[in-house]
Design a protein around this ligand. Structure first.
Ligand SMILES: *Cc1c(COP(=O)(O)O)cnc(C)c1O
Length: 368
């Protein structure tokens, strides 16, 4: 008997190219799309190492933990790094970016995370892109947590390097990721003697050996399972309609926010302004005196399938995340999550109003 995962036919070059075109469609981009054969940190590191070099000045916008990672890579490349950090419960503004660029006119690289799944904030990329484009710097965007959850238009927004992964709102597995690369970005990478070449981190290798060679021969055996999973993700999004998928994520976030405010008990949204809250995940501040990680553990003991997770690292004590990834962006998942958190908090002896939370969810996100 053939096994569905194991007895796979090799993935042809034509099939690989077709998946690339489908991903380009998802991003509404005319730029080249490279599907790097690894989790999203692979193209992110490849973009940073390709775009930055000694003598570069990089504006690294830090709105969450991933921005900190980029800063370390940029410094490692010998770039002078200007960190523009804002509190993780807010978003950066285009004016702040404009001020930073004016203060550092030599900036030739800007890195930004669109939405931060870890902290639940999202940044106004369209407005920031306008500022970066006017300045002329290369613009890299980490859109891993925004793709499929909210509008993402790299071409219209002047994004030169737009990295996505399937493991968040696309509802797929981690393990394969993609990046759109503008003409400007290809020129910058080609002109950088320190850009990775003959390396797994190299975008230029893909250009030379795959794109410029006519996409007929794959440079190495692709990750078959992950490529098929990526294709299935995009297919499922196309079937539902990208606008419907993003609307579902927006509704899940808005309903969770409204529900948590109605729940009471000392819970509150972690991201202060609803405008800055990411549709991919809603982060909550645990009530004072209540440990977030143990509250989540208690809620999950009733139903381990709930999309709840305590904040990472230093935030484990105070933050709770309600993830809205793909299939979890449903009214049912929001209702169950808030109900479970409410019960867990009631066990702590806190006063909560689960019924009010449920009504707030239904009012914010009425069933069809
Ligand atoms: C999830 C995510 C990634 C991918 O990183 P993993 O931690 O390996 O899943 C990258 N950037 C952002 C903004 C993410 O949310």
């Amino acid at each position: 008997m053939t096994h569905p995962f194991l007895d796979l036919a090799p993935l042809s070059a034509a099939h690989f190219a077709a998946v690339e075109r489908r991903v380009a469609g998802l991003l509404a981009t005319e730029a080249d799309v490279v599907i790097m054969q690894g989790e999203a940190l692979l193209p992110l590191e490849g973009c940073v190492r390709g775009g930055a070099r000694p003598g570069s000045t990089a504006l690294n916008i830090v709105t969450g933990p991933y921005g900190q990672t980029f800063g370390n890579w940029l410094r490692d490349c010998g770039a002078e790094v200007v960190d523009l950090a804002v509190p993780f419960h807010t978003a950066v503004t285009a004016d702040q970016v404009a001020e930073a660029l004016a203060a550092h006119p030599g900036t030739d690289f800007v890195s930004l995370v669109h939405a931060e799944a870890a902290t639940g904030n999202t940044n106004p990329v369209a407005a920031i892109g306008e500022v970066v484009r006017a300045h002329g710097a290369l613009f890299m965007l980490d859109a891993v947590a925004s793709v499929g959850a909210e509008p993402l238009l790299p071409d219209a927004w002047g994004v030169d390097l737009c990295v996505i992964g399937a493991q968040k709102a696309m509802g797929g597995p981690a393990g394969v990721s993609a990046v759109s690369v503008s003409e400007r970005a290809w020129e910058r990478l080609a002109a950088n003697p320190r850009a990775p070449r003959r390396s797994y981190l190299s975008l230029l290798d893909w250009k030379e050996r795959w794109i410029d060679a006519g996409r007929t021969v794959l440079p190495h055996a692709p990750a078959q399972l992950e490529m098929l999973a990526l294709e299935a993700c995009v297919e499922r999004i196309e079937r539902e309609g990208l606008a419907a998928v993003t609307a579902r994520h927006a509704s899940a976030a808005a309903a969770t926010r409204a529900g948590v405010l109605a729940l009471g008990g000392g819970f509150g949204p972690y991201v202060e302004d609803a405008r800055d809250a990411a549709p991919v995940a809603t982060t909550l501040r645990a009530p004072a005196g209540v440990d977030a990680a143990s509250l989540v553990a208690r809620a999950l003991s009733a139903d381990p399938s709930l999309p709840l997770v305590a904040g990472g690292g230093a935030l484990a004590g105070e933050m709770i995340r309600v993830n809205h990834y793909g299939a979890d962006a449903t009214r049912g998942a929001v209702l169950s999550s808030l109900t479970a958190l409410g019960s867990a908090l009631a066990e702590h002896g806190r006063q909560v109003d689960v019924e009010a939370a449920r009504s707030a969810v239904s009012e914010t996100w009425p069933s069809e």
